[in-house]
Design a protein around this ligand. Sequence first.
Ligand SMILES: *[C@@H]1O[C@H](CO)[C@@H](O)[C@H](O)[C@H]1NC(C)=O
Ligand SMILES: *[C@@H]1O[C@H](CO)[C@@H](O)[C@H](O)[C@H]1NC(C)=O
Ligand SMILES: *[C@@H]1O[C@H](CO)[C@@H](O)[C@H](O)[C@H]1NC(C)=O
Ligand SMILES: *[C@@H]1O[C@H](CO)[C@@H](O)[C@H](O)[C@H]1NC(C)=O
Length: 355
Amino acid sequence: MITLVTTLLLVVLSNFTVEGARKTYGVADSGSNDNNVKLFVFGDSYVDTGNFINSPAYKPPYGITFPGHPGGRFSDGRVLTDYIASYFNIDSPIPNAFRNESNIQNGINFAHGGCGVYDTHIDGPNLTAQINSFEQLIQQKLFTKEDLQNSYVLVNAGANDYTTHVQDHKFFDIPKFITTLVDQLKTDLKRFLSLGVGKVAVSLLQPIGCLPLITNIDFHLSCIGLLNKVSESHNKQLNDAIEHIKIEAPGANTSFVTLDLYTAFLSTLDLMMKKAARDGNSSSENAIESPLKECCVANLGFECGDMNHHFGTRLYKVCGHPDVYFFWDAVHPSQAGWDVTFPLLKPALAQLTQQ
Ligand SMILES: *[C@@H]1O[C@H](CO)[C@@H](O)[C@H](O)[C@H]1NC(C)=O
Ligand SMILES: *[C@@H]1O[C@H](CO)[C@@H](O)[C@H](O)[C@H]1NC(C)=O
Ligand SMILES: *[C@@H]1O[C@H](CO)[C@@H](O)[C@H](O)[C@H]1NC(C)=O
Ligand SMILES: *[C@@H]1O[C@H](CO)[C@@H](O)[C@H](O)[C@H]1NC(C)=O
C-alpha cells in the first residue's frame, strides 16, 4: 500500500513544475520612488513577474485579473513580489529581461519560473546564476553602496529542486537531498553579506502536499501529509541555516528574516476548508467544491493554458470566479490566494524594516 501511494506520488510529482513568468505592463514603471528603496528578487515562478518569455504565463488565461491579459505572471493576477513591493511603497521591480538604464529605480527581478537552487529541466538561470547577474551589475556600478544598504532582497526557491529531484527518480534520497539543498541555499544567501545588501527576506517552502496537482489524486479532499513533511524538514533546516549565517557574521550589516509560506498557506486553507464545511453544499455560484481545487483545471496530461493547435481548442477549463479560489492553477496561488496569504507574512517584513 505504501509502495502504491509512493508510486502514485512519484507519477504525480514528476509533472509538477513551478514555472514562472514574460513582459508585464503597467506595474513597474510608474516612476515615483521617494524613499530610494530598491527590491531585488531571486528564485522561481512564485516571485517571477515576467522573465520566462516562452511560458504558459504569457498565454491566456494567465493575467485575466491583472493586468487583464497574459503578462508573464504565473497567476490570474498579482504574485508575491507585487505585494512585497507595495509593502515597501514601490512599484514591482522590472524583470531583468526588460531592464534598461532608466527603469531600474525600484530594483530588478531576476527570478525565473521553473528554476531552482540547482539546475532544473527548465532552460533558465539557477539561483547562483541569478545572483551572479546581480553581482555583475554591482561591479558595473549600476547601484551605489548606499542603494544596496537601503535595499531589500527577496528569495523564493526550492520547490522546483524537489520536483526535479523526484523526476530524476531519486525519491528515496530525499532526506539527504534536503540537507544538500539547504547547504547550497545557505552558500547563496551568504553572498548578500559581501554584496552589501541591507535586508534579505527568504521564503520558507510552501506545503507541497497541498498543491492541487498533488491533492488531485484524492479529489482534493485533503493535503498529502507525507509531502508536507518534506516542506517541514526543509524549513526547519533553512531556519537553522539562517541562524548560523547570523552567528558566523556577528558584525554584519545584513539582516535576514524568513517568510513562512508553509504556515500561511496551511492556516488559510484550513480556514477555507472549515468555512466550506459550514456552508455545506450551498448552491451559491461562489461555492467551490474544495479550497484545494484550482480555478484553471487542465485536461489530464496538460497544463493550464495549453491548446490543441490542430483544432484550436482549449485543453483546460477556467472557473467563473477566480477570486474565490486559493489556487489559480495546479501549483500557483491565485491573486485572491496571495491576498489572504500576504497579511500573514507582514509581521516578518515589519521586523526586517525595523532592523
Ligand atoms: C526602458 O524601458 C522602458 C519600459 O520598461 C521604456 O519605456 C523605455 O523607453 C526604455 N528606455 C530606454 C532608454 O530604452
Ligand atoms: C548554476 O548554473 C551555473 C551556470 O550554468 C553552473 O555553472 C553552476 O554549477 C550551477 N550551480 C548550481 C548550484 O547548480
Ligand atoms: C557595517 O557598516 C558600518 C558603517 O557603515 C561599517 O563601519 C562596518 O565595517 C560594516 N560592517 C561590515 C561587517 O561590513
Ligand atoms: C447537501 O445537499 C443534500 C442534498 O440536497 C442535503 O441533503 C444535505 O443536507 C446538504 N448538506 C449540507 C451540509 O448542506
